[in-house]
Design a protein. Structure first.
Length: 289
């Protein structure tokens, strides 16, 4: 094992619970009163789009023209991120685990494992639409587009691709120790899901009182309150509120039967594997259009 295999990725398609998971872990692992609010999460976790690491890896301000420029500097930037803490630490990503320009987007030499968050695409679509300041049909187009990316003005990218390819890339990455968590299960049984992460995946003995405190501190209402009072630095430009609904099942209010049908058709095999309980209800809804 290379001594740089320190990154435990917190990976997801956008709007699938990544910020919530980072907050839960921060509140669990940091001393009481020291856990960061939603705007200081970088004190506990970092992200693979941090400009300062790209600048350092580039030996000066990084501004890439295209994805080839990005990939040239990404590997060195991730090595600096891995080196930034002495032991295992958490790093957020929205990238797929694929190879691009003959290099790994998620390099095994800096990777200790991954916590992968998945959210059903019916609830994801309206949330992703708000995140992108787009209408729902455009958001669905992007979820179905294998070339879908998000990028910073300086040319640092999130390599999203299709929603189902994203799921597949993380759940089938060779040699990657990973734990898959459905956003819906984290909502309905946060203690059980977090125990799975802490005990089974991270090999930690769980402190029940600490876990209860972390779950309470990161309730959706508390996250919304923080955003209302302090704003949220990671919120994309043009988006009114990042923590908007945070529920499961909102798709029934937000999507038309045609949109539900599109998502079902596009992602059926992945839905059969991860959301079999939604197949009947969404089929009936789509058929009533």
């Amino acid at each position: 094992m290379s001594n740089l295999q320190r990154i435990i990725w917190i990976a997801s398609f956008p709007k699938s619970g990544n910020t919530w998971m980072r907050s839960l872990l921060a509140h669990y692992f940091m001393p009481p009163g020291q856990a960061p609010d939603i705007n200081n999460l970088r004190n506990f976790t970092t992200a693979d789009v941090r400009q300062d690491f790209y600048d350092a890896a580039n030996g000066g301000p990084f501004k890439g023209k295209d994805m080839a420029d990005w990939m040239k500097v990404r590997g060195p930037a991730l090595r600096l991120i891995a080196q930034s803490r002495p032991n295992h630490h958490f790093v957020k990503t929205h990238c797929q685990t694929v190879r691009l320009f003959d290099a790994d987007v998620i390099p095994p030499e800096v990777t200790a494992g991954g916590i992968y968050l998945i959210r059903n695409p019916f609830d994801l679509a309206p949330s992703f639409a708000r995140h992108q300041s787009a209408d729902i049909d455009t958001a669905i187009d992007r979820m179905c587009n294998p070339d879908s990316v998000m990028g910073t003005p300086t040319g640092i990218f999130d390599l999203l691709g299709r929603w189902d390819d994203h799921v597949y890339s993380w759940t089938h990455a060779q040699g990657l120790k990973h734990r898959v968590i459905r956003y819906e299960d984290l909502l309905s049984k946060p203690a059980r899901e977090m125990r799975g992460v802490l005990e089974v995946f991270l090999g930690q003995k769980v402190d029940a009182a600490k876990l209860a405190r972390a779950i309470k501190a990161t309730s959706f209402a508390n996250m919304q309150k923080q955003e209302r009072e302090k704003g949220f630095a990671e919120k994309p430009e043009g988006m009114t509120s990042f923590f908007a609904k945070g529920q499961a099942g909102v798709w029934k209010d937000d999507l038309t039967p045609a949109q539900v049908g599109r998502l079902r058709e596009a992602f059926l095999p992945t839905l059969e594997k991860y959301y079999p309980e939604m197949l009947k209800e969404t089929a009936a809804y789509a058929a009533n259009g």
